[in-house]
Design a protein around this ligand. Structure first.
Ligand code: ZN
Ligand code: ZN
Length: 333
């Protein structure tokens, strides 16, 4: 019952994030971006089990490692192959799919679903290995309500920001857990049974529950026996300018998020360069974290121009504004 986020890649190099949601009953694996040499640090079995790939945008430093990922999974038919990103993701992915020679494809079957996330809608395309990915089949469009992926165990919110091209920030939230308090159940003289499932099920609409031949009012029993544990949450933020529009979109969305993983491409003395390239500085990121009510900030996607000493300076400056800031654990800083 937690979300584990690992940054892939080192300081000053391409980065990505691998997110594992472990409910106790199932593990879901999500990959955010796929820069060069990022997934090479993952175990092969983990790569083969990735459920969803989300791209912030498709600049080369976020997609250069995709061939390695695709090589392992192109023929996967054991689960859906799902990709998400901003406008034109499907068009660019089709180039990646078709960028290799296929001549045994007609004996294989695998389907890839690529979703272009636009402000008002999600445009899903389907690609088939059996036709060498040559056709883009447009599936029914869906309205974009902000939460683009709803799984019973978690959901993913997409926020479109400005990087001189759309770039998407993602917030991953584990579903809240409903717990049965065993001591209170004992105090009422109740034994565990199938009724517990009904009591926990928010869609169970009956007003009365029969337990061992006795009737109980569902509402009162829920208040007495159930408690809620808030699901974990992490945010993946990279490659956008922190203009007023971004602040207005992000601050309410980030409220209560446990871990905000955010680019810190530039030191604040290089603000002009950050603005010119539609990126952020460490000070801007720290202030965003401080004002958004997140618990912890992790910096990544640092420009290669900075040496070890400058990266240390970056972290110290950031911590002065938002104390609970760090770099990924495996970085030598
Ligand atoms: Zn970029
Ligand atoms: Zn980038």
């Amino acid at each position: 019952m937690s979300i584990e986020l690992s940054v892939l890649g080192n300081a000053g190099q391409d980065n990505a994030a691998f997110v594992k949601i472990d409910t106790g009953q199932a593990i879901h694996r999500l990959l955010f971006d796929c820069g060069e040499n990022t997934i090479s640090s993952l175990e092969y079995n983990e790569i083969l089990s990735i459920d969803q790939v989300f791209f912030s945008h498709l600049h080369m430093d976020h997609i250069a490692g995709f061939d390695g990922f695709f090589r392992g999974l192109y023929a996967r038919d054991s689960k859906k192959n799902m990709i998400w990103g901003p406008n034109h993701t499907a068009r660019i992915m089709q180039h990646r799919f078709c960028g290799t020679l296929w001549n045994l494809h007609h004996i294989m079957n695998a389907t890839w679903h690529v979703h272009d996330i636009l402000e008002d809608m999600i445009r899903p395309y389907r690609y088939e290995l059996s036709d060498a990915f040559e056709n883009a089949y447009l599936e029914p469009k869906k309205p974009n309500t902000g939460v683009v992926l709803k799984h019973p165990d978690y959901n993913v919110q997409a926020i479109i920001l400005d990087h001189k091209t759309p770039s998407i920030a993602y917030i991953i939230r584990e579903t809240d857990h409903t717990n049965l308090e065993p001591e209170r159940m004992k105090a009422l003289g109740l034994q565990p049974g199938a009724w517990v499932r009904d009591l926990k099920n928010p869609n169970f609409a009956a007003e009365i529950l029969m337990i061992a031949g006795k009737s109980y009012p569902v509402k009162a029993l829920r208040e007495e026996l159930l408690s809620t544990t808030r699901g974990d949450s992490v945010a993946y933020l990279t490659d956008f300018i922190l203009n007023q529009e971004a602040v207005d979109k992000l601050r309410p969305a980030l409220q209560g998020v446990r871990l905000m993983l955010c680019e810190s491409q530039y030191l604040h003395i290089d603000l002009e360069m950050a603005e010119r390239n539609y990126h952020m500085t460490n000070k801007q990121v720290a202030e965003l974290a401080a004002k958004s009510g997140v618990q912890e900030l992790m910096l990544f996607h640092i420009s290669e121009r900075y040496n070890l000493e400058e990266r240390q300076q970056m972290l110290t400056e950031t911590q002065k504004i938002f104390a609970n800031s760090k770099f990924p654990n495996h970085w030598e800083i």
